[in-house]
Write a protein that binds this ligand. Structure first.
Ligand SMILES: CC(C)(COP(=O)(O)OP(=O)(O)OC[C@H]1O[C@@H](n2cnc3c(N)ncnc32)[C@H](O)[C@@H]1OP(=O)(O)O)[C@@H](O)C(=O)NCCC(=O)NCCS
Length: 172
């Protein structure tokens, strides 16, 4: 086995401090979302965000679930069919002149099932779909103050992308 840290005290890639016990991994299945997932998806979103958006989720399932390979809506199901989380992505050529990339634009994991690999499994499955759809990059937009989501995407290997969002409040 290699050294835990190098001469400058940095840990080797893939190693964790000895005091961190491995977290148990959730037993879940990742599958394509279906129209019948509406109630569970809307309820999970409501628990996470505190806002009820049933009409939006109805549209999202109709648009992304079972759609073409460029539109992907996956759910993570725990034992007994309970919804543990979901992820939505799309292959888009949004940016000016740049080739299409896979964009992640929704990801939620039930609070009771976090930190057990559900988000990672969903992200991996989405990246596999992106690859199969012919793109070689994955991108997302995050709130720069949202440390949780930044930590999550960093853990998946994502780093700052090439674009910078600009913003202007229009006069009344
Ligand atoms: C972000 C979110 C999807 C992560 O899901 P998850 O199933 O808990 O993620 P994982 O268990 O796969 O965690 C993977 C890594 O992410 C990082 N991470 C996850 N939660 C973290 C936290 N609370 N603090 C710091 N890092 C965290 C860790 O590096 C973790 O790896 P580790 O377990 O080896 O330490 C989940 O917390 C969530 O749904 N948050 C609320 C909704 C949200 O913000 N959605 C994004 C905008 S649409």
């Amino acid at each position: 086995m290699g050294r835990a840290v190098d001469k400058r005290g940095r840990m080797a890639a893939g190693q964790k401090p000895a005091i961190v016990a491995p977290r148990p991994r959730a037993s879940i299945t990742v599958r394509e979302a279906e129209a019948a997932d509406l109630t569970a998806v809307a309820a999970l979103d409501r628990r996470v965000t505190g806002v009820a958006k049933a009409t939006y989720w109805q549209w999202a399932l109709a648009h992304y679930a079972g759609g073409p390979p460029e539109r992907i809506f996956l759910v993570a199901e725990a034992a007994g069919g309970t919804l543990a989380g979901f992820i939505i992505g799309e292959v888009r050529a949004w940016e000016f002149g740049s080739p299409p990339a896979g964009w992640v634009f929704a990801l939620q994991v039930d609070a009771a099932r976090r930190l057990s690999g559900v988000g990672s499994r969903l992200f991996e499955a989405l990246c596999q779909r992106f690859r199969a759809a012919g793109v070689d990059r994955v991108r997302t937009l995050v709130d720069r103050h949202d440390h949780l989501i930044l930590s999550f995407f960093r853990s998946q290997g994502m780093t700052a992308g090439p674009s910078l969002q600009l913003d202007l409040e229009l006069p009344a």
